[in-house]
Write a protein of this length. Structure first.
Length: 194
């Protein structure tokens, strides 16, 4: 069963049987919001959103996975590829990042997932955007965070997965607006959530 998270809410990533998850997928889906063009027509404007995963050792970024670096240095986190226009929206995922939690180096204490508008449009021009966490082994959606309300920002700090005890993980929905076309631009906005 999926859990719809509000900003600041957390959910344990333990399975109902008490086992820990092994591989999770963070999915990002969106559609361009229609815009007026001419007197009678409405046509969506193409928007290139990018999903990124920033790996932290405490409060120090140790690695990042994004459209130009698709696999983390040790191979535990993998981006499935860059989508330049979106389209799935509320249904499916346009970009995905796979995380093998069993292979994440012990020094990595948290992984922060961000979304940025590479083409520079703000989130008022995006509709049906979501970020979700899926148990990749079963395909079961574990948690979903809806990007609602749009806004004048070009980036979003969606969620983080952090270590919870010796072998567990916890996901927290952040949902904080940020400015930036890439994850690098958003680093100062991420710091308060580490």
């Amino acid at each position: 069963m999926s859990v719809n998270l509000a900003k600041g809410q957390s959910v344990s990533l333990l399975k109902s049987t008490g086992e820990t998850l092994t591989v999770v997928r963070m999915g990002l889906g969106w559609r361009s919001a229609p815009r007026k063009r001419g007197f009678f027509s409405r046509r969506p404007r193409e928007i290139d959103l990018d999903a990124s995963a920033l790996l932290y050792d405490g409060k120090v970024m140790s690695d990042v996975v994004f459209f130009s670096h698709l696999v983390s240095n040790e191979g535990s986190v993998q981006h499935t590829g860059d989508n330049l226009v979106g389209g799935a929206g509320a249904g499916g995922d346009d970009e995905s990042i796979l995380v093998d939690l069993t292979k994440v180096p012990r020094r990595v204490t948290q992984i922060v997932f961000t979304v940025s508008s590479y083409t520079g449009q703000n989130f008022m021009e995006v509709q049906n955007a979501h970020c979700r966490l899926v148990d990749e082994t079963t395909g079961k959606e574990l948690a979903r965070y809806e990007l609602t309300g749009g806004g004048p920002h070009t980036g979003q700090i969606m969620a983080k997965v952090e270590r919870d005890g010796e072998s567990g993980w916890r996901m927290t929905a952040i949902g904080a607006p940020a400015s930036g076309r890439t994850f690098r631009d958003m680093l100062p906005f991420i710091e308060p959530f580490l």
